[in-house]
Design a protein around this ligand. Sequence first.
Ligand code: SAH
Ligand code: SF4
Length: 348
Amino acid sequence: MGHKNLVGLLPADLLPFIRKVGESPYRAEQITRWIYQHQASSFEEMKNLPIAFRENLAGEYLIGQERLLTQQRSQDGATKYLFELKDRKAVECVLIPHRKRMTVCLSSQVGCPVGCPFCATGLSGFQRNLDFSEIVEQAWRVGQETSQKINNLVFMGMGEPLLNYEQLTRALKVFQSPHGFGIGVRHITISTVGIPEKIIQLANEWPQINLALSLHAPNNDLRNRLVPLNQAFPIPLLLRAVDESIKKTGRRVTLEYALWKDINDQREYAYELISLLRGRLIHVNLIPGNPVLRSSFIPSSGQRVMTFARILEENKIPVTIRQSRGQDIEAACGELYATQKKERGGSQ
Ligand code: SAH
Ligand code: SF4
């Protein structure tokens, strides 16, 4: 019989077991406090639980199922982790410390079915969805590895989070709960290529969450080449969903635009973007492209990035340029995973 993973559970999930062994319901919160606040990795540490109860607990549960395969520390302080899952597949996440903000960049899938040609994850194919505990455990392990309290989350690692909505939102509950990580939803960002129905569902169910839409192009012809899912959900449909999301939540949406040399970084695209976005409560985040092995996309020069930003700014479109952290550790999404996959024989 397989043991269940405590990482990812909340007190209510533990009640049936606690009732079964005849313990008091307040034990559930004691257990989750050990897991999420003290980051306990063994039952022996749970000193305020009776020994017999701890033994019962160990008979049914385990604490964490992932194994650290490798980590790389960047000169700028970002650390990238590759964790092995219970079926030996691997998943990547990154810790990005910035003063008091400890951000973890999380994965939602092993690989990604969308297949954007500039993305290491997309190029490596799709393996499977992560379940909620595998999503939670990435942040939990990073907290444990570093003894840091994680207080900011971005879903910008491997995979398309809105294609794994059920497991994603179950994980969000654990991140948000005071019995879990206690992270304010305003400190959580979901980055998506855009599935209109799910954008609207997210706005209804999680109105305070930050939404980032990976646009990368101001028209369908260009975006079809960059984000294959655009053929199913073209830009007008996406923007309609974004408008509805803004109407529901009153929150600004971030549009991500990775810049690639002579593909989408020409001045005329900046002007086209301006007409597309004018009047909307949005903010554009320009991402200098990260070079990826096996991809023919060449990152735009710093000069091109600046020019693109200046055009938007002059036309009153709020814009920032993402500081690309950890380039020296292959921080482009999915790079470490892709390299390891090759080294480990391609089956994971
Ligand atoms: N699947 C989601 C979230 C993960 S990717 C999405 O695509 O939004 C997070 C962000 O990194 C996206 O904006 C994606 O387009 C961008 N990205 C992926 N590969 C990149 C690369 N090589 N250089 C720069 N940005 C990249
Ligand atoms: Fe998937 Fe996002 Fe990469 Fe596209 S950019 S392949 S959607 S992870």
